[in-house]
Design a protein around this ligand. Sequence first.
Ligand SMILES: [Zn+2]
Length: 132
Amino acid sequence: MASMDGKTIEELRKLLVDRWRNIGRRAEDAPGTDAPAAASGLDSQAEIIDIAQNLEQLERDSSLAEQERRKLIAVERALAKMATGSFGICEDCGEEIPPKRLLVLPEAKFCANCQTVQERQNARTRSAAAFR
Ligand SMILES: [Zn+2]
């Protein structure tokens, strides 16, 4: 996160909270879709606990469409990483994800290179499963 300035981080946090709200609104009746603490400016410890609880609820909640739920979880994870200071680091190779990529996809877990590798692997796993 060293190369990212506070302004960029703030902008990305806003993007994430906006995404959360947009997905959450469509899934309004589902439990566990309160706006994350990040939106209300709580201290970061409370924020981490809140996000962890939300994540737990989301993973159990079967009333949300699978795709929506996955998106919400990705956004939650990104906010949690922001609170712990590991935001913007590729989960695979540990390199910094360029801010330009994060502004397009703030919940990105991987740098562009690792994302491509992951997608190829997923496609292979899926087509293998289809033949079972
Ligand atoms: Zn990577």
